[in-house]
Design a protein around this ligand. Structure first.
Ligand code: NAD
Length: 298
């Protein structure tokens, strides 16, 4: 049994903390939301009244927070001041690379081991304990990080030094956003050319256009394996989340001097779709914008 402090019990963190409790760890949980804390308590976690109280005797601290400023605040103002120096600190939030490196630097200077470990997989994977973790940390710390994440993980991969986990996450999701838009454009063009979607699916899945967005997560309802497209684009990976990751990728590209014109175009298209009021829809629903059939999306 490990004493785990879990901070941030939202859509993702709630299920993740529950899986740590299910694995018989002692989970001291904290969130600003009383409802989230009640849910965690019902799942076997022990609610704490503050971050300081949650981390006071922790062996492992795990955070799952909305964005960089939350992570900088929670670590800089609370975790580093109140956790024992022996605690392993793991941030699973998706945040900008600079914040991840800044917090890692502060944590190391204070004598802590720290890892950025963002996840691939949504709320269902968080609940099922089947997330993919991409980890940025000192090589010597990876085995301990992997063991601490095990109850929540399908796979855990060491990406490199501090910040490499966040870099992997935003590069992967930029590629996903671009490939989904390309897939949607191809299906929209096929339709205009009179080519049936199920025929194009079968051909593209077995040809050089094949990719995850075509074969596993096809944006056309009723075509290919079951996806959010088959339930009016509900559930899945929200457009607002994709947009957040594309913005992080563009900010990182600007700072690094990388040329990412396709990523920039993907950000612009998802921003337009979000501004039309579809931030809550699965990101594959952007197909309907490209087909000029937004009105059919309720
Ligand atoms: P969420 O908004 O549901 O949960 C965030 C939680 O953090 C909230 O409950 C909030 O009250 C809490 N919080 C904020 N500031 C806090 C503080 N100072 N102290 C304690 N608690 C605080 O968000 P989510 O969907 O769970 O996402 C969390 C992270 O995971 C984000 O970085 C997101 O980008 C990433 N992510 C989400 C998904 C997804 O499908 N939802 C998938 C992969 C990665």
């Amino acid at each position: 049994m490990t004493r785990i402090a879990f901070i941030g019990l939202g859509n993702m963190g709630g299920g993740m903390a529950a899986n740590q409790a299910k694995a018989q760890h002692h989970v001291r949980a904290f969130d600003l939301s009383a409802a989230a804390l009640d849910k965690a308590a019902a799942a076997g976690c022990h609610p704490a009244g503050s971050v300081a109280e949650a981390v006071a005797d922790a062996e492992v601290v795990i955070t799952m927070l909305p964005a960089g400023p939350h992570v900088r605040g929670v670590y800089g103002e609370q975790v580093l001041a109140h956790a024992p120096k022996s605690a392993l600190l793991i941030d699973c939030s998706t945040i900008d690379v600079d914040s991840a490196r800044a917090v890692a630097g502060q944590a190391k200077a204070a004598g802590f081991r720290f890892a950025d470990a963002p996840v691939s997989g949504g709320v269902m994977a968080a609940e099922a304990g089947t997330l993919a973790f991409m980890v940025g940390c000192d090589a010597d710390d990876f085995a301990a990080v992997e063991a601490a994440l095990a109850p929540m993980a399908r796979v855990t991969i060491h990406a490199g030094d501090h910040g490499a986990g966040q870099a992997a996450k935003i590069c992967n999701n930029m590629l996903l956003g671009v490939s989904m838009l390309g897939t949607c454009e191809a299906f929209a063009l096929a339709e205009k050319l009179g080519l049936a979607a199920d025929r194009f699916f079968e051909i593209a899945s077995k040809s050089s256009g094949q990719c995850w967005s075509v074969s596993t997560y096809c944006p056309v309802p009723g075509v290919g394996p079951a996806t959010p497209a088959d339930r009016n684009y509900e559930g899945g990976f929200a457009t607002a989340m994709m947009l957040k990751d594309l913005k992080l990728a563009q900010e990182a590209a600007a700072r690094a001097g990388a040329s990412t014109p396709m990523g920039a175009q993907a950000e612009a298209l998802y921003a337009l779709f979000d501004a039309n009021g579809f931030g809550g829809k699965d990101f594959s629903a952007v197909l309907q914008m490209l087909r000029g059939r937004l009105a059919e999306l309720s």
